[in-house]
Design a protein around this ligand. Structure first.
Ligand SMILES: Cc1cc2nc3c(=O)[nH]c(=O)nc-3n(C[C@H](O)[C@H](O)[C@H](O)COP(=O)(O)OP(=O)(O)OC[C@H]3O[C@@H](n4cnc5c(N)ncnc54)[C@H](O)[C@@H]3O)c2cc1C
Length: 430
């Protein structure tokens, strides 16, 4: 990848993507794989925004079941399977344990039903099904649960984790560039002008301060929480599109072997304890945010909420056990009257020609990492229709650049099954 600013003026792009988070890079990759001449500009470095501050889960959407959002659950479970296939080096199975306690009979009866639905809604899934554990089995799996008052057992279920989220984002950018897209970081989109049916986007190289102009048939705003600000820069009124909520994480000493799905004593909200690189991530919170989007931090009240919730399960947890914090912003499609946690996590594509009379401008609002490939497919389908191009999406079957070849994967699977090293199996296979 080269930051080739002089390349901006060379041609008219089919598509200019603003924003290099997982959604923008996923869209650039999909478009480039379909042969669209694509430009991606990111104002900081790739994954700078919400993408690098997430819980790093590729989840089937268990949280959405109580809201009876079956469509979202089905969609997320399908995408989880696809990501296990196209990015097996970055997405791996993660076991979660949910404690069952005597004082929460609802959980003891509702949870088996929820997990049963969660299992049957994934046709052809590769992950193991849920499992009920007695109190004794639970403590054998996770001895730290002995501190939980009234523990009667637990459920274990499987979801996925992408430990190096930034890498997933970067590999989408690398593959877009590998298919002739021009992909640039530290490139801020500052304005838009209509120029005879073509859009001219002003771009500033934030390292040198130099200004450039790029021409494109379609401009796509993948600014995540900045999407409204990107609209402002492009002279489109986007002020009421998004609700932004802050979520923080604490990186702590390792608290458990298995990921835990727990409920906070103060308000019943669910939170995670997730093993990561010999430590644990604790998250997350969900509070409305209307400050400076580039100055988002874990504040004392956020940290107090999570540490209090955690102490119900880990009574000896100390402030000194926290090594690091992160804070990111969810960009939710605004829905009046709902609490932050109740607001839908579904995404929306906005065609600004239909909404605001501005031809050739599309915004992606909301969404999540798990669904990024599908969001990109939907967005590029729309763009292809507008450009009168017929090119099918191939991202569900095309592995990311860092994925091992099919041959290596077969060797790895055979080695795992036989309990031998990959080198030995390769040698035996000749
Ligand atoms: C606390 C938290 C935990 C989460 N956990 C999960 C999870 O475990 N699993 C999951 O699936 N989802 C999770 N999500 C949701 C998920 O992280 C987001 O939906 C996703 O990362 C959004 O990606 P994006 O590309 O839309 O936005 P972003 O990653 O924010 O990318 C937008 C990019 O646009 C750039 N940009 C903005 N303005 C301009 C401009 N003018 N010019 C150029 N570039 C610009 C920004 O610098 C930024 O890099 C979580 C969210 C939060 C807040």
């Amino acid at each position: 990848m080269r930051r080739d600013f002089n390349g901006l003026a060379r041609d008219i792009f089919d598509l200019i993507v603003i924003g290099g988070g997982i959604v923008g890079t996923g869209i650039a990759r999909d478009a480039a794989l379909r042969g669209l001449h694509t430009l991606l500009v990111e104002k900081e470095d790739f994954a700078y925004g919400t993408t690098s501050r997430s819980s790093r889960l590729i989840h089937g959407g268990l949280r959405y079941l109580p809201k009876l959002n079956f469509r979202l659950v089905r969609e997320d479970r399908r995408e989880r399977e696809i990501l296990l296939t196209i990015a097996p080096h970055l997405v791996r199975e993660l076991r979660f344990i949910i404690p069952l306690v005597r004082s929460a009979p609802f959980n003891r009866f509702a949870l088996p039903v929820g997990l049963f639905l969660y299992d049957i809604m994934a046709k052809g899934k590769s992950l193991p099904s849920r499992q009920h554990l007695s109190r004794r089995e639970t403590l054998a799996e996770e001895p730290c649960m002995s501190a939980i008052d009234g523990l009667v057992g637990s459920y274990v279920y499987a979801d996925c984790q992408t430990e190096f989220m930034e890498r997933l984002c970067l590999e989408n950018a690398i593959d877009a560039a590998g298919h002739s897209a021009l992909v640039m970081n530290h490139a801020l989109a500052t304005g838009l002008r209509q120029d005879g049916g073509v859009s001219a986007v002003q771009v500033t190289d934030t390292l040198s301060g130099d200004e450039y102009q790029a021409h494109g048939r379609i401009v796509l705003n993948a600014g995540g929480p900045w999407a409204d600000l990107v609209c402002d820069k492009l002279n489109v009124d986007g002020t009421s599109s998004l609700r932004k909520t802050k979520g923080i994480h604490l990186l702590t000493r390792k608290l458990s072997e298995t990921a835990m799905f727990l409920s906070a004593g103060s308000d019943g909200r669910l939170f995670f304890v997730i093993p990561w690189q010999g430590c644990s991530w604790i998250g997350t919170t969900d509070t409305d945010f209307d400050g400076d989007l580039d100055s988002v931090f874990a504040e004392a009240a956020d940290m107090h909420y999570l540490t209090s919730a955690l102490r119900d399960y880990f009574p000896d947890f100390k402030k000194d056990d926290i090594f690091h914090t992160t804070a990111g912003l969810r960009a939710l499609v605004a829905a009046g009257g709902k609490s932050a946690s109740e607001t839908s996590r579904a995404h929306r594509l906005v065609d600004h020609e239909t909404r605001d009379g501005i031809k050739g401008l599309v915004s992606v609002l909301g969404g999540k990492i798990t669904a990024y490939r599908y969001i990109a497919e939907e967005a590029v389908n729309l763009i292809c229709r507008e450009l009168h191009v017929q090119a099918p999406c191939s991202t569900a079957d095309t592995t990311l650049p860092g994925a091992p070849s099919v041959q290596t994967r077969i060797l790895q699977e055979a080695a795992g099954a036989a309990g031998l090293s990959v080198e030995t199996v390769a040698h035996l296979a000749g």
